[in-house]
Design a protein around this ligand. Structure first.
Ligand SMILES: *Cc1c(COP(=O)(O)O)cnc(C)c1O
Length: 224
């Protein structure tokens, strides 16, 4: 099974290279975030042994249990938080993660700013946008985005690198990717976190710099 995840990783890397090439972009312009949520450390190690270092997680507690040890064993890991973040876990998140993709409200911006001041650790920050305007989903509403980004910069002195979205699962994703890209362009942001197992090729065509791929590498997740 372990070898299978490495084989799948290599296949995804090849697909990324092709999708990037089709768009006239170097493969190095797309970072593969291997989404290891619910995957035990023992099943992550084969990818680490194979040299992969960039992973995505959804849960602060699960990450706190898995990553400190893996980081010690495998220098150079980059761990991304891609799941929703409660403000009361901001300090733990700042301590644990190198990149946070789910910044989506002023209270969280405030909590992150405080945690960054307190710990001296400064994860890279990406703002999640609710492109489908779904009530149950996190993310800044598109119409609020420009003001939110300004507020992050001016009031909280946070530098936001880019935007992230999770399109509604029952809609074609490309219009959402295009919308996200337009919002990033108009705000001068260069990082676009978009595309998952089912649609990362389309996301790359529309400018993704980070694709978040779980199932296609690790297989179906067990229910949490
Ligand atoms: C779980 C998750 C992914 C990975 O999804 P797959 O379909 O398994 O590739 C990507 N992004 C976010 C935000 C996730 O929660």
């Amino acid at each position: 099974m372990a070898e299978q995840s490495v084989e799948r990783l290599r296949a995804i890397e090849a697909q990324i290279e092709r999708a990037a090439g089709d768009s006239g972009r170097p493969a190095s312009s797309v970072s593969l975030v291997a989404v290891s949520k619910t995957v035990p450390a023992a099943a992550i190690r084969p990818l680490l042994d194979a040299g992969h270092r960039r992973f995505g997680e959804n849960y602060v507690q699960e990450s706190a249990a898995k990553w400190p040890e893996l980081r010690d064993a495998y220098p150079g890991c980059e761990v991304h938080l891609i799941g929703p973040l409660q403000s009361n876990k901001a300090k733990d998140a700042v301590a644990l993660f190198d990149v946070i993709h789910s910044l989506d409200r002023p209270s969280l911006a405030g909590a992150l700013a405080k945690a960054i001041d307190g710990t001296g650790r400064r994860p890279r920050l990406i703002c999640q946008v609710n492109t489908g305007e779904e009530p149950q989903k996190g993310g800044v509403m598109p119409s609020d985005l420009d003001a939110f980004l300004r507020r992050c910069r001016v009031e909280y002195e946070l530098e936001i690198e880019g935007l992230m979205c999770i399109p509604p699962f029952d809609q074609p994703p490309s219009p959402h990717f295009a919308l996200l890209r337009g919002m990033a362009d108009r705000n001068g942001l260069t990082v676009l976190s978009m595309g998952m197992s089912a649609d990362f090729g389309a996301a790359i065509q529309l400018g993704a710099t980070h694709v978040r791929v779980g199932t296609a590498i690790f297989g179906e997740r067990a229910p949490r």
